[in-house]
Ligand binder design. Structure first.
Ligand SMILES: Cc1cc2nc3c(=O)[nH]c(=O)nc-3n(C[C@H](O)[C@H](O)[C@H](O)COP(=O)(O)O)c2cc1C
Length: 464
């Protein structure tokens, strides 16, 4: 069988595009999130996605309205996956948690419980960065720089696995005759006492169905690549080219090998934001409409005090390195102006061209609005027909640089359903994606073996 790609569906109720909620027919009411949550989960499971993925954000404020409206107010990730454990049957359920703010013992219990409730479908995305306002919400000092944050995450992750392994798989004797429910020899303390993490254990929940629910890490720095290489099962990384992805893969694999891992290191997954329709022209029209709906400061729309300062033609002039004056946003960028663009401007032109097929002086020309939107909404958009988007995924996957994709629908439900009805069948036709689930756990879907209990392995090593 051809190697299969990993597809995760990122749930963002208001859409992953900042103007998604304004699109006609899109979900736009946070008070009705449970309905869209159920619907998206069922659609993703029917399309045989590996997992649903829930990011988290630990603070809010009116400024998020324009930058990332989906972060304003939403159902928290662990609650969402607990709920979906009962609403779905096969799809994996990955919640995000912050190692600086989530109590380790509590998180170990919650994830072990969700894994049990879902019969082995839980995963946890451990992150270390956060909105600076989160500290005040958790009664803590702001998180430190990358080094202490990642040192803490390293200890956290190791101790988490030991806590999950508190009970050996067959610790429950259930012997009615002798009256012994458990074998106390098969119960282990953790006794972690590091610079950041102290926890004694044992855990008050049985060993998870998967042994260890898959640990995901999402981060951008070299410390993130080290943590993922040494300890994560899946690494989610935002990259702008196949070459960048290949470099990330090479680094994490080298870290994995150096750390003595024998499984080749983490699966590498990258986020993309597909804008899909039956034809290229229709997909471009959806994307153009999403761009038109992004409020820019030059429009009447954006007079709010928290409006992001980078959304003006003046800010754009700074990026492209040429004074642009005050042209109407929907005017075409003339060739004589584009020729003088500095590197930043060339990069934006390239981004517009690869996402939309538009080019300066072409049949579909580039407008100032498109340049500005490419700058303010940096998500890795891919715009096209089902076949074109499948071509894009196949090119990345086929290069060997990534194992799969976190799909970020620009809005719900229309665009997610366009992806599942137009792109997924095309990937299946090419033999790149499953047509049925063949395993029952998230580890099965991701092709990860069930790990041995670390306490047992430790005893075996010492005895040997
Ligand atoms: C694709 C991706 C998704 C992420 N999702 C979240 C998230 O949901 N919540 C969060 O607090 N941080 C999230 N992060 C932020 C990372 O944890 C990280 O702090 C940030 O990328 C900065 O990188 P660094 O931690 O390596 O310095 C995400 C990062 C990436 C690359």
């Amino acid at each position: 069988m051809t190697r299969q790609l990993i597809l995760g569906a990122v749930f963002r109720a208001l859409g992953a595009f900042p103007s998604g909620w304004r699109y006609p027919g899109a979900h736009n009411d946070p008070l009705r999130d449970p309905a869209i949550l159920r619907r998206t989960a069922r659609t993703a499971e029917a399309a045989k996605f590996d997992y649903l993925f829930f990011g988290e954000w630990l603070a809010t404020g009116a400024d998020l309205e324009f930058r990332d409206p989906d972060l304003l107010a939403r159902i928290d990730p662990l609650s969402a996956v607990s709920y979906l454990a009962g609403v779905t049957k096969r799809i994996g359920l990955i919640a995000t948690a912050n190692t600086g703010y989530y109590d380790l013992f509590t998180l170990a219990r919650q994830t072990a419980s969700i894994d049990r409730l879902s019969a082995g479908r839980a995963g946890i995305n451990l992150v270390t960065g956060a909105d600076p306002r989160a500290a005040a919400n958790h009664g803590r000092d702001p998180l430190g720089g990358a080094e202490p944050r990642y040192d803490e995450a390293d200890e956290y992750l190791r101790a988490l696995r030991l806590l999950w392994d508190s009970w050996e798989d067959d610790a429950f004797l259930r012997d009615r005759a002798s009256g012994r429910l458990i074998d106390p020899e098969l119960l282990h303390r953790t006794d972690a006492a590091g610079a950041h993490i102290r926890v004694s254990g044992p855990l008050t929940a049985p060993r998870p169905v998967q042994g260890h629910p898959p640990i995901v890490h999402a981060g951008g720095s070299s410390r993130a690549r080290r943590l993922a290489g040494e300890l994560a099962d899946v690494f989610i990384v935002a990259v702008s080219s196949i070459d960048d992805a290949a470099a990330v893969r090479a680094e994490t694999t080298a870290r994995a090998v150096a750390a003595g891992r024998t499984d080749g290191g983490p699966r590498v997954v990258t986020p993309i934001l597909p804008v899909v329709a039956e034809t290229t022209a229709e997909a471009q029209a959806v994307y153009d409409e999403l761009l038109r709906l992004v409020p820019l400061a030059d429009d009447q729309a954006a007079q709010a005090p928290d409006f992001p300062p980078n959304r003006t033609i003046r800010a754009l002039s700074g990026i492209v390195g040429v004074p642009l004056g005050t042209p109407p946003l929907d005017d075409e960028v003339p060739l004589r102006v584009a020729r003088r663009f500095a590197e930043g401007g060339q990069r934006l032109l390239e981004a517009v061209q690869t996402r939309t097929g538009r080019r300066i002086g072409g049949e579909h020309p580039v407008t100032y609005r498109q340049l500005l939107a490419a700058h303010t909404v940096p998500a890795a958009a891919v715009v096209g027909s089902g076949i074109e988007v499948a071509d894009h995924l196949e090119a990345w996957f086929g290069s060997g640089a990534v194992d799969g994709f976190n799909i970020l629908p620009p809005f719900l439900s229309g665009q997610f359903e366009a992806f599942t009805s137009l792109v997924v069948p095309e990937l299946q036709r090419r033999g790149l994606f499953r047509t049925e689930y063949d395993g029952t756990t998230l580890r099965d879907h991701l092709g990860l073996a069930r790990p041995e209990n670390l306490h047992v392995a430790d005893v075996a090593r010492r005895t040997a």
